[in-house]
Design a protein around this ligand. Structure first.
Ligand SMILES: Cc1cc2nc3c(=O)[nH]c(=O)nc-3n(C[C@H](O)[C@H](O)[C@H](O)COP(=O)(O)OP(=O)(O)OC[C@H]3O[C@@H](n4cnc5c(N)ncnc54)[C@H](O)[C@@H]3O)c2cc1C
Ligand code: SF4
Length: 280
C-alpha cells in the first residue's frame, strides 16, 4: 500500500498533468458556463475575447460577422464592441485562416482566432512557421453548410429565405431559425444535401488543437461547454465572470465517437481508386 506521503506526491503530479481522453483530446478542465453576454449559447467565446483584449493577452481577434443576408466574412475585432457585433454562430465555412495570414503579413503578432476544428489544425501549422502568439478558441463542429444549398433547402422545407432569418441554431438534431417573431425548425438530417461534402471525412468534433474549445453539446440550453486545453487557455479562462456548472462529458464523448465513425464510414464507402488511371 502506498504511504500517505507517496499518495500526496501522486496527487500533486496528477494535478500538473492534463487529462488525455480518447474522445475529448488533451485537457486540463471541462465545465459549463453562462456569461452576461447573450451569445449563441452561454456567450463564453465573446466574453473570453473581450477579457483577453482588455487584459492585453492579444490585441486583435479574428471573428466572423454576417455581411449580407446570411453570408458572412472573417473580420478583425480590436474592441469589445467589434467582438459583440460578431457574436452568434453562422453555420458556414468562412476562411478565417486567410485573414490570419493577412494580418500576420501586416505585422500583427498577438492574435486570437475563433475557428472550427479543421481551421484550428491549419492555424497551428501557421503558428509554427511564424513567431506570432496565436490564441485559438476552437468551436465544436459536426458539420457546416453551403450557403446556396442551405438557402434552397430551407425554402423547400420551411418556406423561408435564409438571407432574411435572424439567429440560427443546431441542437439535438434540430435546425432552428428565427424569422421575425417566430421560430421555424426541421431535422438537421433533412438538410443533409446542403452540408459541405468534406465534413463527412472530418473526425474532430471538439477542436482538439485549440487552446480553449467551446460548444453547446454537454450543456443545458443557454450555457456553453468549455474545454481548457493549454496553459495559454487556462490564463484566458482564469477569472472569467460566469455562472459555472458541470458539463456532461458522456454527451460530448458520444457525439465525438459518432463523428469519428462517420469519417471512417465515409472512407470505407469512397470509391476504390482506379490504379491504372493513377499511374497514367
Ligand atoms: C459551422 C459550425 C458548426 C457548429 N456545430 C456545433 C455542433 O454541432 N455542436 C456544438 O455543440 N457546437 C457547435 N458549434 C458551436 C456553437 O454553435 C457555438 O458557436 C459555441 O457554443 C459558442 O457559443 P457562445 O455563446 O460561447 O459564442 P458567442 O459568444 O456567440 O460567439 C460565437 C463566436 O463564433 C464566431 N463564429 C461564428 N460563426 C463562425 C464560423 N462559421 N467560423 C468561425 N467562427 C465563427 C463568432 O464570430 C463569435 O466570435 C458550431 C459552430 C460552427 C461555426
Ligand atoms: S465538420 Fe470538420 S471539416 Fe466541416 S467545418 Fe466542421 S471542422 Fe471543418
Amino acid at each position: 500500500m502506498p504511504s500517505k506521503q507517496e499518495n500526496t506526491e501522486e496527487k500533486k503530479e496528477a494535478a500538473q498533468k492534463p487529462i488525455e481522453d480518447e474522445d475529448l483530446g488533451v485537457y486540463w478542465d471541462l465545465f459549463s458556463a453562462k456569461t452576461a453576454i447573450d451569445g449563441q449559447d452561454g456567450g463564453v467565446v465573446s466574453a473570453l475575447l473581450v477579457k483577453g483584449l482588455r487584459e492585453g493577452l492579444f490585441d486583435s481577434a479574428i471573428v466572423v460577422r454576417r455581411v449580407e443576408g446570411y453570408c458572412a466574412e472573417a473580420v478583425v475585432a480590436q474592441t469589445a464592441e467589434e467582438v459583440l457585433a460578431a457574436k452568434g454562430t453562422k453555420y458556414l465555412r468562412v476562411d478565417v485562416t486567410k485573414k490570419l495570414r493577412e494580418i500576420i503579413s501586416q505585422g500583427k503578432n498577438r492574435i486570437a482566432i475563433v475557428c472550427t476544428p479543421c481551421q484550428a489544425g491549419t492555424t497551428r501549422k501557421i503558428q509554427q512557421t511564424t513567431d506570432c502568439e496565436v490564441t485559438i478558441i476552437g468551436l465544436f463542429c459536426y458539420e457546416c453548410f453551403k450557403h446556396d444549398k442551405l438557402k434552397e433547402a430551407l425554402q423547400a422545407r420551411l418556406g423561408v429565405d435564409l438571407d432574411s432569418v435572424g439567429k440560427t441554431q443546431v441542437r439535438q438534431g434540430k435546425f432552428t431559425a428565427q424569422v421575425e417573431d417566430r421560430e421555424v425548425s426541421c431535422k438537421v438530417r433533412d438538410l443533409h444535401g446542403a452540408s459541405e461534402v468534406a465534413c463527412g471525412f472530418c473526425d474532430d468534433f471538439t477542436s482538439r488543437l485549440a487552446d480553449v474549445s467551446v460548444g453547446s453539446v454537454g450543456s443545458k440550453p443557454g450555457y456553453s461547454t468549455v474545454i481548457v486545453r493549454s496553459k495559454f487557455g487556462e490564463q484566458l479562462v482564469h477569472g472569467l465572470e460566469a455562472d459555472i456548472a458541470p458539463a456532461d462529458k458522456q454527451e460530448i464523448a458520444k457525439i465525438s465517437k459518432f463523428k469519428k465513425q462517420r469519417a471512417q464510414n465515409s472512407l470505407l464507402t469512397t470509391r476504390k481508386p482506379d490504379l491504372a488511371q493513377l499511374s497514367e
